[in-house]
Ligand binder design. Structure first.
Ligand SMILES: [Zn+2]
Length: 287
C-alpha cells in the first residue's frame, strides 16, 4: 500500500479534489445507463494527462475521486495518478447517484468499487464523494455507513439548494465519530449561494472567485477546490441536442481557456489532497 504524499509547500492551503470521470458522464439520460461507456468517445486519457500536467506545473497534489468502471478500462491511468504523487478516493462503482439506489445496493457498490480501486492502484482508500453530491434526499443519512465501509473522510454534501441543503455547515466539520466532512466551497447568502467550482468558477468574475477561495484558505475552512479532467479538455464534442438544458449549461459553459483562468484563480494557493489537510492550525468544528 502507498501512503499519502507528504506536503512541504507553504502558503494558504485548501484541499484539492478531482472527480475522475469522462466528458459524457452526466447524471441524466442518455449518459447514466450502464451502456454509456461504450457509446461515447473515450477522452479520459487525454483529459487525465492534461490534468496531471496542470497539477505538476503548480506543484499541486489532489485526491482523485475515481470511478471503478473507468479504472477497469484504464488501469494504467490509475497507476499514473498514484505515481505522480496524488491520492485515490472513491467516486463510485459507476457514476450513478446514491439516492437512485437502495441503501443495501449502494453499500455493496461501495465495497466492490473500493476493492477494485485498491487492487488496481495499490493504495488504501480513505475518502468518498458521491456522484453529483448525492448523499441527499433519501440518501441524506447514509454518511453514517461510511466509517463501517472503511472511509473516514467524506465530501458528498454540498451546502446549496438543489444539490444539497444551503443550511448545512460550510466549513470542514466532524459529522459523527470517525467521519470528517469536507463541504465544497460556496459563497453568498443561503438562498442565493453559488458554487465556487464548475460553471460558476468558469464564468463569474475571476478576481471575485480568487478572493473567495483565498479567504477560505486563510481561514482554514478546508473547503476543497473541485475540478473534473474534462474541464481541461476544450476539444471535447458538444453534448447531444437532447441533453437537458440545465445539465448542458453546467457542463459546457466557459470551458474555453479554463486552464489559464484556473491558473490565475488558484495562484498563491497551496493545494493538497484531503488526506494531507491538517486543519492548518484552525481546528475542526464538532457538530
Ligand atoms: Zn462525478
Amino acid at each position: 500500500m502507498i501512503s499519502a504524499p507528504s506536503v512541504t509547500r507553504k502558503g494558504p492551503t485548501l484541499p484539492f479534489t478531482i472527480d475522475w470521470e469522462d466528458w459524457f458522464q452526466l447524471c441524466c439520460p442518455p449518459f447514466d445507463d450502464p451502456g454509456a461507456l461504450g457509446r461515447f468517445e473515450d477522452r479520459l486519457e487525454r483529459a487525465t494527462e492534461a490534468t496531471l500536467a496542470f497539477c505538476e506545473e503548480r506543484g499541486a497534489r489532489a485526491t482523485w475521486f475515481c470511478l471503478a468502471d473507468q479504472a477497469r478500462r484504464h488501469p494504467h491511468l490509475l497507476r499514473r495518478i498514484v505515481g505522480a504523487g496524488h491520492t485515490i478516493g472513491l467516486h463510485g462503482l459507476t457514476h450513478r447517484r446514491a439516492f437512485e439506489m437502495e441503501a443495501a445496493t449502494w453499500r455493496a457498490s461501495l465495497a466492490e468499487a473500493r476493492k477494485v480501486l485498491e487492487d488496481l492502484s495499490g493504495s488504501a482508500l480513505r475518502s468518498y464523494r458521491a456522484p453529483e453530491w448525492s448523499l441527499r434526499g433519501e440518501a441524506e443519512g447514509w454518511w453514517r455507513h461510511l466509517p463501517e465501509l472503511g472511509f473516514d473522510l467524506d465530501s458528498s454534501r454540498a451546502p446549496l439548494k438543489v444539490l444539497g441543503d444551503p443550511h448545512w455547515p460550510r466549513t470542514v466539520h466532524r459529522l459523527g465519530a470517525g467521519l470528517l466532512e469536507f463541504p465544497p466551497p460556496v459563497a453568498g447568502p443561503p438562498w442565493l449561494a453559488v458554487p465556487l467550482w464548475g460553471w460558476a468558477l468558469r464564468l463569474l468574475p475571476e478576481s471575485w472567485m480568487r478572493a473567495r477561495l483565498q479567504g477560505l484558505a486563510a481561514s482554514g475552512a478546508g473547503t476543497p477546490v473541485v475540478l473534473h479532467p474534462w474541464e481541461l479538455d476544450p476539444g471535447q464534442p458538444p453534448l447531444p441536442s437532447g441533453t437537458p438544458l440545465g445539465h448542458r449549461f453546467a457542463h459546457a459553459a466557459g470551458l474555453r481557456s479554463y486552464g489559464l483562468r484556473l491558473t490565475e484563480i488558484l495562484s498563491g494557493l497551496n493545494l493538497v489532497p484531503l488526506e494531507s489537510w491538517g486543519g492548518e492550525g484552525h481546528g475542526v468544528s464538532e457538530l
